[in-house]
Design a protein around this ligand. Structure first.
Ligand code: NAG
Ligand code: NAG
Ligand code: NAG
Ligand code: NAG
Ligand code: NAG
Ligand code: CA
Length: 527
């Protein structure tokens, strides 16, 4: 009977769909215990959790109120957009509401009245959370799809952006790229960024309204046309480098670069029929929780994984405090069907009490010392438990022992310091004359030149004499006729030769000249 219960419970994760359950209470021969599985949240309608930004300022129509018409009725320009009238306004939020039967609500841009200046608009969607796409992104345009647009994505909350897909009625002309279709991609090119012409051609504005980023078609490369063979997809996501990241985003941006033309050229005399109107943006995906959570909740304005397996963080991207005896790892879809939880382990639970503070995932037993010690400590740590910093590094006082940033490089100035080690507060040991935490400064009365040297001259005690000037505390530049470290010596006193033929050397020359004159006068007197 007990065995039957175990069997039934064992089957639960399979019956409920793949990777739905993080753990279950199973009864085995050794008694009941938890069993852990790789798990992920369900896919959701991500537009419900998004923040949107439309650029540039003033691109939304209605301020001031404006008339527009459609390609179907190009000469009946009686429609009005007025931001101050709720019935006639088209604010960005109408891209994310639920559509009532038959009545589309939409964001609308100003018209292309500034033609031929391009009509450009960016629509940026931000989740402040990494999302894994599970279905196509579908953007619905009323009154015609753009003839040129681009989809971009960010993986780091908008700090850096990458092209995701290009769309144009003529890819060569717009982006100098050949037109391709996602359906023609192969297993090795499933994450290629391409330009497609499928969603930009004019087909009558009522007929073809959607622009897609085809996630399903890319999945189908591995999982087959109806996504029946998901195991193969999950295996590929685990093994193909960059494939998982390709479907992961924190932000998306639609760059609208040219509106629908409704024909082959722009009619300058009727620019009121050119604009963008987006009624819906559907993004289906799940929170990225690194296979450590099956729930994701909206808290304090952002989505957050409800982490299991003793992990924590918005994406379950690290181990909980006191569960860091091994380095954190994402769960894995493999082996099928339940995957590997790769759970974080409590300090002291693994390897017979060998704590490595998460800086090593290997321990080794040293026979003659009878100790277990961590092997290959990472993050610049060392020691039996990776509890010290490597030489040349010091302990970061604001980091826990199991933090990746626990050791900070000393960075001692190579010339100014005795060696590259420092004390616990990061101070290096300085050579004579050098100072500062890193020994890259000089004490007062020292100057820096490949190290610190005592000043030869300065403006206070070591003044250059006789009108000499002090050059960078390194030497006195003496006037002609003087020498010595501080120009304190007259050349004349040292060597009589210097007294003659040295014109303009102040008083001493005068004296010499007078002497010569006196001699001559005496000579004349003798005559
Ligand atoms: C749209 O975003 C891109 C960056 O992705 C930026 O270079 C461009 O200036 C933006 N365009 C507008 C109209 O704000
Ligand atoms: C983004 O999410 C983090 C983690 O949940 C939160 O601390 C932060 O305030 C959020 N930022 C914004 C702009 O919502
Ligand atoms: C997480 O830690 C708790 C103790 O707080 C333990 O009962 C549980 O089994 C651990 N879970 C995993 C997956 O290791
Ligand atoms: C010290 O650790 C904290 C916490 O992890 C980190 O934010 C900080 O950047 C670290 N300091 C340095 C200098 O690495
Ligand atoms: C490190 O050295 C500096 C400078 O010599 C000193 O002020 C500081 O107290 C020292 N810190 C420790 C922990 O010894
Ligand atoms: Ca809508």
């Amino acid at each position: 009977m007990l065995h039957l219960v175990a069997l039934l419970l064992h089957c639960v994760p399979l019956a409920m769909g793949q990777y739905d359950i993080c753990k279950s209470w199973v009864t085995t021969d050794d008694g009941p215990s938890w069993e852990f599985y790789a798990c992920q949240p369900k896919a959701m309608r991500m537009k419900d959790y998004v923040t949107v930004r439309v650029d540039p300022a003033g691109i939304t129509c209605g301020d001031p109120p404006e008339r527009f018409c459609t390609h179907e009725n190009p000469y009946l320009c009686s429609d009005e957009c007025d931001a101050s009238n709720p019935d006639l306004a088209h604010p960005p939020k109408l891209m994310f509401d639920s559509e009532d039967e038959g009545l589309a609500t939409y964001w609308q841009s100003v018209t292309w009245r500034r033609y031929p200046e391009p009509l450009l608009a960016n629509i940026t969607l931000s989740w402040n959370k990494s999302i894994e796409l599970t279905d196509d992104i579908v953007i619905t345009f009323e009154y015609g799809r753009p003839t040129i647009m681009m989809l971009e994505k960010s993986l780091d909350n908008g700090r850096t952006w990458h092209p995701y897909q290009y769309y144009a009625d003529d890819c060569m002309e717009a982006f100098s790229m050949p037109a391709r279709r996602v359906r023609d991609l192969s297993t090795t090119s499933a994450n290629r960024v391409l330009c497609t012409e499928e969603y930009s051609r004019w087909a009558g504005s009522k007929k073809e309204k959607t622009v897609r980023f085809e996630v399903r078609d890319r999945f189908a490369i591995f999982a087959g046309p109806d996504l029946k063979n998901m195991d193969n997809l999950y295996t590929r996501l685990e093994s193909a480098k960059g494939l998982k990241d390709f479907f992961t985003v924190t932000d998306l941006r639609m760059r609208l670069l040219r509106p629908a033309l409704g024909g082959t050229y722009v009619q300058r005399e009727n620019l009121y029929k050119y604009f963008y109107a987006v009624s819906n943006i559907e993004v289906t995906g799940r929170c990225k929780c690194n296979l450590h959570a099956n729930l994701c909740t909206f808290k304090e304005g952002s989505l957050q994984c409800e982490c299991e397996h003793n992990t924590t963080g918005q994406d379950c991207g690290k181990c909980k405090k006191n569960f860091r005896s091994r380095s954190w790892r994402a769960g894995s879809y493999l082996p099928l069907p339940n995957g590997s939880p790769n759970a974080c382990a409590a300090a002291g639970s693994a390897f017979g009490n060998c704590e490595c503070y998460g800086h090593s995932n290997r321990c080794s037993y040293i026979d003659f010392l009878n100790v277990v010690t961590c092997v290959s400590c990472k993050h610049n740590t060392r020691g039996q438990h990776c509890q010290h910093c490597r030489l040349g590094f010091y302990r970061n006082s604001s980091a826990e022992l199991d933090d990746e940033n626990v050791c900070i490089e000393c960075n001692c100035n190579q010339i100014g310091s005795m060696h590259d080690r420092c004390n616990e507060t990061g101070y290096c040991e300085c050579r004579e004359g050098a100072t500062g935490p890193k020994c890259d400064d000089c004490l007062p009365n020292y100057y820096w030149r490949q190290g610190c040297f005592p000043n030869v001259c300065d403006d206070e005690l070591l003044l250059c004499q006789n009108g000499g000037t002090c050059y960078q505390n390194q030497r006195c530049i003496c006037p002609v006729g003087f020498k010595g470290v501080l120009c304190q010596q007259s050349r004349c006193e040292v060597d009589k030769k210097d007294c003659d033929g040295a014109p303009g050397v102040g008083g001493s020359l005068g004296t010499v000249a007078l002497g010569v004159l006196a001699l001559q006068l005496r000579a004349w007197g003798d005559l």
